[in-house]
Ligand binder design. Structure first.
Ligand code: PLP
Length: 261
């Protein structure tokens, strides 16, 4: 009955961790991507034990299990964008790079190194492998300012963005949500080296899953056909709205309201 007239949605392949508290990771990806009119394919890189306050443990999924899931999804239809979040360990990078090569879609990577609650989410070896093995294949890296500093070893966020862009040759968006000041300042260094600054009024709350929401919304916009500038602008606007409408679902930080439009 539903044949050629059925609505077709662009597919976004998400490679992210599972957060059972529903604030970050694959929950955030799924909701933010659906809100852009795209469909999320959810390959989980790691299970975690965490609540709305902090992460206690990260349990990586075996690379062969990732590869089997991805093979089936790639054979089932085109991929319009890829979103990468938490990596379980460095051994996951080869199958992910292979996926990027085969899918031929824009790649948005949110380098998840440290949880907002303070837990370290990435071993030094995984961060090093991300820089050397994954970053050259990423089209947009979306570190928060602290992650940009840690990955680049530089204190200034623009200098850090430049150093990270040297490694990928592509776009870098450094976000300032976890910094201080009246405004949240996000800095986009584009693939040609142009800088654009965005400012959003700082909201008086702490959030769980803001970074995942932003990276996924941008991937969803790219999948829906936006160019880089439009997707980066729309992704921030959507995320700001989700944070402005955030709700409480635990004793810790607030959860972005990703179903508000
Ligand atoms: N858990 C998972 C699976 C994540 O992907 C992330 C961040 O991307 C976090 C936890 C931490 O999120 P936050 O720093 O917003 O608390």
């Amino acid at each position: 009955m539903f044949t050629e007239f059925v609505d077709r949605r662009p597919r976004v392949l998400c490679l992210s961790g599972h957060d059972p508290s529903g604030g970050a990771g694959i929950h955030a990806d799924l909701e933010a991507i659906a809100a852009q009119g795209a469909h999320a394919l959810t390959v989980i890189t790691a299970l975690t034990a965490q609540d709305s306050r902090d992460v206690r443990r990260v349990l990586p999924v075996a690379p062969a299990q990732l590869a089997e899931q991805i093979d089936l999804l790639l054979a089932d239809g085109a991929i319009a964008a890829i979103k990468i979040g938490l990596l379980g360990d460095a051994a996951q990078i080869p199958p992910i790079v292979d996926t990027i090569r085969r899918a031929g879609a824009p790649v948005v990577c949110d380098p998840v190194l440290r949880a907002g609650g303070g837990a370290n989410l990435s071993a030094a070896a995984t961060s090093a492998a991300l820089l050397d093995g994954l970053l050259p294949h990423v089209d947009l890296l979306t570190p928060n300012a602290a992650e940009a500093r840690r990955l680049s070893g530089l204190d200034d966020d623009v200098a850090a963005a430049r150093a990270l862009r040297e490694r990928s040759g592509r776009h870098v968006l450094v976000t300032g949500g976890d910094e201080t000041g009246d405004d949240v300042r996000n800095v986009w260094l584009d693939a040609d080296g142009w800088i654009r600054e965005f400012r959003w009024p700082r909201l008086a709350a702490r959030f769980h899953g803001a970074g995942c929401t932003l990276a996924s919304a941008i991937a969803g916009r790219l999948a829906a056909g936006d160019g880089w500038a439009a997707a980066i602008e729309a992704g921030q606007r959507y995320t700001h709205g989700a944070l402005a409408g955030a709700y409480r679902a635990g004793g810790g930080r607030l959860i972005p309201n990703r179903s508000a439009r």
